[in-house]
Write a protein that binds this ligand. Structure first.
Ligand code: ATP
Ligand code: MG
Length: 278
């Protein structure tokens, strides 16, 4: 089995290359009537959501609202109990993380799953090392790692041979994103990417999200931080008690209406609340 990752050049070209979102055609990802139950707990109810390429979609909502359940369903951690997932307009069945990554869905979870005692290159290639004549091809992996970080405009890392344990929170996030997008990715999902970060590191991660978007990738970001959301998102989807209660372009919302939607599931300040069951 060839486990050599695709060179990043092909990734960063993105699905559109130009970085311009397509104005027609089906959305990159569509969810239709997605529900998920854990025994008696219904974590997600009839979620409909479109995720366009070249845009950042923020999923917001209170603790336990169903945000992680939603992205874990898209990422193949578990299958939905009912409903359909469409990728570029075609129905797909995502049963495993491998299914998701084969489609071009890359997910960065909050714990990042990096190994502190390994350097950046080793983390980037963990479990899918490049070999040449039976030996690790360190030079190729190092060059590709440098190229990936530079394509993502990550300039603060001094050496790709630095141990990940010595990196700052923002740099660790950048390495995790770089690793996720090494394979051809069209959708990058970030769960709380700035939760543990200070001001300047947060700015770096928001910049990284901008870079992904400018290469035409779709980004889904889960965040509790509304100032980050308003800084980076093109669209907002609000979850409340397992239901997607409101969804639309960022220009429809302000902090007050977003807080109202998060805490009560409705807001008189925004048009067309889609919720009926809360
Ligand atoms: N593996 C599981 N088994 C049972 N119940 C679960 C499981 N995962 C999530 N739930 C339940 O599903 C609901 C939604 O949880 P989820 O983790 O999706 O919330 P969230 O919006 O990500 O919250 P947070 O902001 O706290 O991360 C919660 O009531 C939670 O207890
Ligand atoms: Mg969560």
């Amino acid at each position: 089995m060839d486990t050599t990752p695709e060179p990043f050049e092909s990734v960063i070209a993105g699905p559109q290359g130009s970085g311009v979102a397509p104005s027609d055609g089906p959305p990159l990802l569509s969810l239709r009537g997605i529900s998920k139950s854990f025994g008696a707990v219904q974590a997600m109810r009839h979620v409909d959501l479109d995720v366009p390429a070249g845009q950042v979609t923020a999923i917001i909502g209170d603790n336990g609202a169903g945000k992680s359940t939603l992205i874990k369903t898209i990422s193949g951690i578990w299958a939905q109990s009912s409903g359909h997932i469409l990728w570029k307009g075609q129905e797909v069945h995502i049963h495993t993380p491998r299914d998701a990554s084969d489609l071009g869905i890359a997910t960065v979870y909050q714990d990042l799953s990096l190994c502190d005692n390994l350097d950046i290159v080793q983390n980037m290639y963990l479990g899918r090392e490049t070999t040449k004549k039976g030996l690790l091809n360190e030079i190729e992996m190092e060059i590709a790692t440098r190229k990936t970080l530079s394509d993502l405009s990550v300039s603060t890392v001094k050496s790709v041979r630095q141990l990940v344990g010595s990196l700052s929170g923002g740099q660790r996030q950048a390495v995790a994103v770089a690793r996720a997008v090494m394979r051809e990715s069209e959708l990058v999902i970030l769960d709380e990417p700035t939760a543990a970060l200070g001001v300047s590191q947060t700015a770096q991660v928001l910049e990284l999200i901008h870079t992904l978007k400018s290469h035409g990738l779709a980004v889904i970001v889960i965040s509790h931080n509304l100032s980050d959301v308003f800084a980076v998102a093109d669209r907002i989807a609000v979850m409340y008690l397992g239901t997607l209660v409101h969804e639309g372009p960022i220009s429809q919302y302000d902090t007050a209406s977003a807080v109202e939607l998060i805490t009560t599931g409705r807001s008189s300040r925004v048009p067309n609340t889609v919720a009926t069951s809360v």
